[in-house]
Design a protein around this ligand. Structure first.
Ligand SMILES: Nc1ncnc2c1ncn2[C@@H]1O[C@H](COP(=O)(O)OP(=O)(O)OP(=O)(O)O)[C@@H](O)[C@H]1O
Ligand SMILES: [Mg+2]
Length: 694
């Protein structure tokens, strides 16, 4: 189902320039709509640079919930919180510290109706307001702007901003890490020796033994609770960070007029891989606190128990951890290289499959087989290497704790120092908890490394300047479209470059590749920054039917794009009055039925729909289609001819009932009869009779 996430609805009356916006449905862009332009949207206005996403419609049940206050998050630190009179839609928001750390706030949901309640969309509570993307994105944007104003664009660091974004949570995490480390050594240092003494000397009472065992049990419980709490806190920080960064990157992406500065692959990988790398960074990197505290506490307690020889264990652990970190970085590098080679192999394989006929006709099977085999060999070797390093890392994981304690005890005994059984067991129990650190380390290193490169890519993305909205609302009610000595380019050029490209040199000759002033010009010739449209002075009155002719590449489509605000205005002014409908040269269809593609989310009006079908000559095509206008088309549906796609695109514009129609090559790919029908019925009658067309 399509939901209009952006409230960019066309204005029904009154002038105004329009702007393209996205309709997003089920996580995919499913349509385009126009937004009425207001004078406040001019180039100088804040909206011009930072169009905000409209807030999402509130999920059912959350409308009654008041917006979260500044200190609401801190209330969670209360050990227990009574159930409020007006509970939040998300029970997590009403949980106390104990409930939060033990995840017991989930119990009513999981055990509802005696555990027979199904978990589905209606039973799972809505997202906590604290984790909502708009709130977190606003905060991240503010922190990023502060960072840029403090250090300048070049030195601003996304990682530093993310660290500030979760500073308080990182401190809580450090506290929990310290408490885990303390509990890890408390039992072995204070309780285990007493238990050993108690069992060896057989002097203490039964109650004392039970008490010691209970104390050990309690310290282990606190240890587990601290560790689980670390995971819970980190995970929630990661979720918030991912939501904030995705929302911010998405807002930024929507501001771009075209993806000329980044490839669509890069843009997709922001949302599929890079945000996950940042999540992993936020999730795993704080484990470094826990590891450092644990190493420190283990060193101190084993030093106090055994003496200076305990430092040998610390040194060997540090050595092993360093080695493991290096091996993990090597694995990350190898895996990245493997992914590149795999991509290459998949690309060549799909090319071969697509062009199989051609390859067979020219008997190119062998050369292509050799190319694919070569890539496969390279890929396999890389995978073997990273597998080998991974095995080394796993060996270290198990061997390191044994090896370091062995070296420590051998040195201790070799120096002929006293070693009692209770001391040896205590030291063993202390260092045993370090196994966890060795296990966590690869995750932390990987998370940090990946998030660092993802943060660099995000910075490049955020540094892209947002385009300026240059189209202004037309002031003259008799004019639909106005260009006043407008010079527009597809590239963002410095004005002096643009002027130089258009102005004559000292001999009075126009620079090479520059078209005469007042004309459409070839952007591809000469300077790549040369404007596509030069000093065009044009005013189209209401009700005018205007056709523009020109050779291919002369800038006819660019002229239409100029009114849509897709280009960069270098000088002059562009004005539009009223709403626009645009039929591009290349028809654009979404996955869905023919009717969906024509209606594009508008309200159903049978008479208008029939008229659109008739004047675009589509009635005959719908008779041929297997399910009429319910036939699925688009990427996953039936393949239509170029002409059919164009006519559906035209019918969409006719149905949309706008004031001005921009039709790019509307009569191409049509037979003579169809072309004549469209010109007479659609362009001359339907569009002109209703409003004005161009
Ligand atoms: N989206 C775009 N981004 C960058 N440059 C573009 C874009 N669209 C067109 N151009 C450039 O603008 C110049 C004019 O192209 P345009 O498509 O406007 O010509 P046209 O007159 O519509 O040609 P045709 O008759 O073949 O449709 C070309 O040199 C082209 O490379
Ligand atoms: Mg064109």
């Amino acid at each position: 189902m399509t939901r209009r996430k952006l409230g960019w609805v066309p204005g029904s009356s009154g002038g105004g320039v329009v702007n393209l916006g996205f309709d997003v449905g089920d996580g995919a862009v499913s349509g385009l709509s126009y937004r009425t332009y207001t004078p406040e949207d001019g180039p100088g206005s804040p909206h011009a640079r930072e169009p905000e996403l409209e807030p999402e419609p509130e999920p059912p049940g959350s409308a009654a919930a008041p917006p979260p206050g500044k200190w609401d998050a801190w209330r969670m630190l209360l050990p227990f919180r009574p159930r409020p009179k007006r509970p939040s839609p998300q029970p997590l928001d009403d949980a106390g510290l104990f409930s939060y750390l033990t995840a017991s706030w989930l119990s009513p949901l999981l055990l509802g109706r005696g555990g027979r309640q199904r978990l589905d969309q209606s039973t799972v509570p809505p997202l906590s307001a604290q984790d909502a993307s708009d709130r977190n994105a606003r905060r991240l944007r503010r922190l990023w702007e502060e960072e840029v104003s403090r250090r300048g664009l070049a030195k601003a660091s996304v990682l530093r901003v993310i660290l500030r974004f979760q500073r308080t949570r990182a401190l809580v995490d450090a506290f929990l890490g310290a408490s885990f480390a303390l509990m890890s050594v408390l039992g072995p240092v204070l309780i285990i020796p007493r238990i050993l003494e108690h069992s060896q000397e057989r002097r203490g009472s039964l109650a004392q033994g039970v008490g010691l065992s209970l104390a050990l049990f309690l310290s282990e419980c606190l240890k587990s609770l601290s560790l689980c709490a670390c995971w819970i806190v980190n995970q929630r920080s990661g979720v918030r960070c991912r939501a904030a960064v995705s929302a911010l990157a998405f807002q930024k992406l929507l501001q771009f007029k075209s993806l000329t500065h980044i490839s669509s692959g890069e843009a997709i990988s922001f949302f599929t891989s890079d945000v996950n790398y940042l999540f992993e960074g936020v999730y795993y990197a704080p484990l470094i606190f826990l590891s450092s505290f644990l190493l420190l506490f283990c060193t101190i307690s084993s030093y106090l128990t055994l003496g200076p020889t305990a430092l040998i264990s610390t040194a060997s652990y540090l050595l092993v951890l360093l080695l493991m970190a290096l091996l993990t970085l090597l694995i990350v590098k190898k895996q990245k290289h493997t992914a590149e080679v795999s991509d290459q192999r998949i690309r060549v394989t799909s090319e071969v499959l697509t062009c199989m006929r051609l390859i067979k006709m020219y008997t190119w099977e062998k050369p292509f087989t050799n190319i694919i085999k070569g890539l496969r060999r390279k890929e396999r070797k890389l995978m073997e290497k990273s597998g080998f390093i991974q095995s080394l890392n796993t060996i270290l994981l198990f061997v390191a704790p044994i090896l370091s304690t062995l070296v420590m005890f051998l040195t201790h005994v070799g120096l002929q120092l006293e070693l009692r059984a209770s001391t040896a067991f205590t030291v063993l129990a202390i260092w045993n908890s370090m196994r966890l650190v060795v296990f966590f380390l690869p995750f932390s290193v990987r998370g940090l490394r990946e998030s660092q490169s993802a943060a660099e890519r995000f910075k490049r993305f955020f540094l892209q300047e947002s385009p300026v909205l240059y189209v202004q609302a037309g002031t003259d009610p008799s004019k639909a479209l106005v260009l006043e000595k407008a010079t527009l380019s597809w590239q963002r050029a410095r004005p002096e470059l643009a002027n130089r490209a258009a102005e004559p040199d000292s001999n009075g000759h126009a620079p090479e590749g520059t078209p005469p002033p007042g004309g459409l010009g070839p952007a591809g010739t000469g300077d790549s920054l040369a404007p596509a449209l030069h000093r065009i002075h044009l005013a189209v009155a209401k009700g005018t039917l205007l056709g523009v002719c020109g050779s291919t590449g002369s800038g006819k489509s660019s002229l239409l794009s100029a009114f849509l605000g897709e280009m960069h205005l270098l000088e002059g002014a562009v004005g539009v009055r009223g709403s626009l409908a645009y039929v591009p040269q290349q028809a654009w269809l979404v996955s869905g039925s023919v009717r969906d593609n024509i209606l594009m989310g508008s309200q159903w009006d049978q008479a208008r729909y029939r008229q659109a079908l008739h004047c675009c000559c589509l009635a005959r095509d719908l008779e041929i289609l297997p399910f009429g206008d319910s036939t699925e088309i688009g990427e996953r549906g039936l393949n239509l001819s170029g002409g059919q796609r164009q006519r559906i695109s035209l019918a969409r514009a006719v149905y949309s009932d706008r004031e001005t129609y921009l039709l790019d090559d509307p009569l191409s790919r049509r037979g003579r009869h169809v072309g004549r029908h469209i010109f007479e019925e659609c362009i001359r009658k339907a569009l002109r009779a209703r409003r004005w067309c161009w």
